[in-house]
Design a protein. Structure first.
Length: 255
């Protein structure tokens, strides 16, 4: 990594259509809940989070790797036959140490894969890992950074993702120091997504996901997209010894 500390030029895009126009280092944002889930999965000791572009792809990955955990949602609800949904609050009560998690979500996992077609470095950032993610971005010396807010199902803007993009841009501009999140949180908590979770009676969408997703710097894990030895894309913690930068992108070595 470069070691330069100047703030990069930042470009903001949204949704799956925006993923086709990313440039430079790409920061994929899905606050409710894929980005927060991935951060806490790696912080909890998971070896990798493998994004799946579809439910069918996720099931095929599970068939080839029966020891991997199958997690995902559509419409926020855990998918039939899956072992986990997309809840960071429930995840934090599970033991995922040494496990690989297949992650099939409506927006975040799809955005990571789509952005990787145009960006050599794709990470996920959220309130939970703001300082760590900003530090990683700045340390790469990237001249250009795209903040990709994934929104609801990748098709409709969501307040929490747009607000975090603004919050993260401010953090980068201030040298990696997050500002007081109060103004951003106040706008998010008035949004429809927040109300949806707070009024939810669906077990895989617990109310506890709201405070789990709206807490700054609860983890130092930064999910970075690399490739396993067989070419499978996988998010691995930036601090992991298994993650190595190569001329062709990031490679994840075996333990």
């Amino acid at each position: 990594m470069s070691g330069r500390t100047r703030a990069p030029a930042v470009r903001r895009l949204s949704l799956l259509q925006g993923a086709d126009s990313v440039a430079g280092l790409c920061v994929v944002i899905d606050v409710f809940r894929a980005g927060t889930f991935a951060c806490h999965a790696l912080a909890g000791g998971a070896l990798a989070v493998v994004p799946a572009g579809s439910v069918e792809e996720a099931r095929a990955l599970k068939a080839r790797n029966p020891g991997w955990i199958l997690a995902g949602e559509r419409g926020g609800v855990i998918l039939p036959g899956f072992e986990m949904g997309n809840s960071p609050a429930l995840l934090m009560n599970m033991d995922v140490r040494g496990r690989t998690i297949i992650h099939a979500t409506s927006a975040g996992s799809r955005g990571v894969l789509q952005a990787s077609r145009r960006s050599g470095t794709v990470i996920m950032a959220c309130f939970s890992n703001t300082s760590a993610a900003a530090g990683f971005v700045i340390s790469t010396g990237a001249d250009e950074v795209t903040l990709l807010a994934m929104g609801d199902a990748g098709t409709t803007n969501a307040a929490e993702d747009e607000e975090f993009a603004s919050f993260f841009e401010k953090t980068l501009a201030d040298g990696g120091r997050p500002p007081d999140p109060g103004p951003w949180f106040s706008r998010i908590v008035r949004s429809g997504a927040t109300r949806r979770f707070m009024e939810s009676v669906e077990p895989s969408m617990p109310q506890a996901d709201v405070p789990a997703c709206l807490a700054v710097d609860t983890t130092v894990s930064v999910p970075v997209l690399g490739s396993l030895e067989d070419g499978t894309p996988a998010l691995v913690d930036a601090a992991a010894d298994r993650l190595n930068e190569t001329r062709d992108g990031w490679r994840v070595d075996n333990e």
